[in-house]
Design a protein around this ligand. Structure first.
Ligand code: HEM
Length: 415
């Protein structure tokens, strides 16, 4: 009797990432949601939730759903081409999301720009900024890691990675902060429009930077690599470069900010594993997968849209409905990870899907891991006795991620 009553309770009664209970214990909510089935309708978000890894992997691999925000039933209508601003030209006309064939072509031809050598070179460029940020903390007894370090890293990394001259940094900084809002379904139309305007300004700057770099080639950065790619590939244009840089900002800024906070938190909660985690970039790459598995950062997962009316996993989907892939639901499942509560930076991941899988595997994975490794190594080199200054309070205001309101740490070497 009781079991029936529980099964029939609305899904939002057992899973609600906006609730204080979710902050305290998301794992029992993840279990309750998964128990509802492979594809679960979630009324508050008007979306289907895909809960099981084999289904998610299949969806990632075969791409039978759309990744294009404009295919969502509640997206603003696609404006006609004669009304496009630069924003629409980048997001619709040359979207990496809309056209699978073009996406695969772009991924194939830009892959040299993400080679080991280029990532090494980018790390070399970012290091002085990171060292300086951390040197500025010398003499402090305690500080907020988010305010003093984490908030600055996404912008520094993306600007140095792309090769944006410092004179353009103030304008670009705004876009790094607001770009993802331009298609965020949970905010007001006014705020979305403001983000779109910021993006338009950034695109003008990117056009200027591209023209300047073309006139004065020679820098060893991502933009120069892309200009070489463009010169050798007719199907690749300035607009592909602009769309790709916006994609790096969109996908690389928020993720990095979240990862910075949880990486430090997880390591400080397990100080006996710091040395192993930071013993080499390769050791850290594995440790980072464990950090993100152990850390309950995710709320919504990855959005896809039904390209037509269709049947999927026993459910009837309407064209335009959102499907959220939630690979994080497996992260504390003992069928996937023995002793899932235990934090172990040497845990084996096979397959490791932290950065996705298939054609849309994260393009910035190597960059993200290097940049986090670099920051943690420099931080613990300067502050080997770093520890948490009390338990940080979680912040539930972001629609897609659990972060901290602040992350205060003690250096153990104050003046
Ligand atoms: C810090 C941790 C990061 C994590 C955990 C992460 C994870 C992911 C995942 C899971 C996907 C696939 C999303 C989907 O299937 O919808 C993805 C895609 C992507 N990521 Fe990352 N990412 C991170 C950082 C970055 C950074 C730093 C950059 C860029 C500098 C970046 C650029 C991208 C891009 C451009 C895509 C889309 C690729 C495509 O559609 O072909 N990511 N990322």
């Amino acid at each position: 009797m009781q079991a029936d009553a529980v099964t029939q309770a609305p899904v939002e009664a057992v899973f609600n990432p906006a609730s204080p209970e979710y902050l305290a214990d998301p794992f029992s909510q993840w279990r309750a949601l998964s128990a509802r089935g492979r594809l679960v309708w979630y009324e508050p978000w008007q979306a289907w939730i895909m809960t099981r890894m084999p289904d998610i992997m299949d969806c990632w691999r075969r791409e039978y759903l759309s990744s294009d925000f404009y295919d969502w039933e509640f997206a603003p209508p696609r404006p006609p081409q004669d009304q496009w601003s630069n924003y629409e030209r980048a997001m619709i006309g040359h979207s990496l999301l809309a056209d699978h064939g073009h996406h695969r072509l772009v991924r194939r031809i830009v892959s040299p720009a993400f080679s080991r050598n280029v990532v090494d070179e980018i790390q070399r460029r970012i290091r002085p900024d990171v060292v300086q940020l951390i040197a500025d903390l010398e003499g402090l007894d305690s500080f907020d890691y988010i305010e003093r370090v984490a908030n600055h890293i996404p912008f520094i990394s993306i600007s140095r990675m792309v090769g944006l001259p410092e004179k353009y940094w103030p304008d670009i900084k705004q876009v790094v902060l607001t770009f993802t809002e331009s298609w965020n379904p949970t905010i007001s139309d006014e705020r979305r429009e403001a983000a779109r305007q910021d993006s338009n300004r950034a695109i003008e700057i990117l056009q200027r930077v591209i023209a300047e770099r073309r006139a004065n080639p020679g820098e060893d950065d991502f933009l120069s690599e892309l200009l070489k790619v463009e010169a050798e590939n007719e199907a690749f244009s300035d607009w592909d470069i602009i769309t790709l840089i916006l994609a790096l900002i969109g996908a690389g800024a928020d993720t990095t900010l979240v990862a910075q906070q949880w990486t430090l938190y997880a390591l400080l909660k397990h100080p006996e594993q710091i040395e192993t985690a930071l013993s080499s970039p390769e050791a850290f790459a594995n440790a980072f997968s464990e950090i993100m598995r152990w850390s309950p950062t995710s709320k919504m997962g990855f959005a896809r849209y039904a390209p037509q009316d269709m049947e999927l996993l026993g459910q009837q989907l309407r064209k335009g409905q959102m499907v959220l892939l939630m690979p994080h639901l497996k992260d504390r499942d003992p069928d996937y990870y023995p002793e899932p509560e235990r934090f172990d930076v040497q845990r084996t991941f096979d397959p490791d899907v932290l950065f996705g899988y298939g054609p849309r595997y994260c393009i910035g994975a190597a960059m993200a891991k290097r940049q986090l490794y670099l920051t943690m190594v420099e931080l613990f080199k300067r502050f080997p006795d770093l520890r948490l200054d009390g338990e940080p309070e979680k912040d539930n205001s972001d629609h897609n991620a659990v972060v901290f309101k602040s992350l205060r740490v003690r250096t153990g070497k104050g003046a």
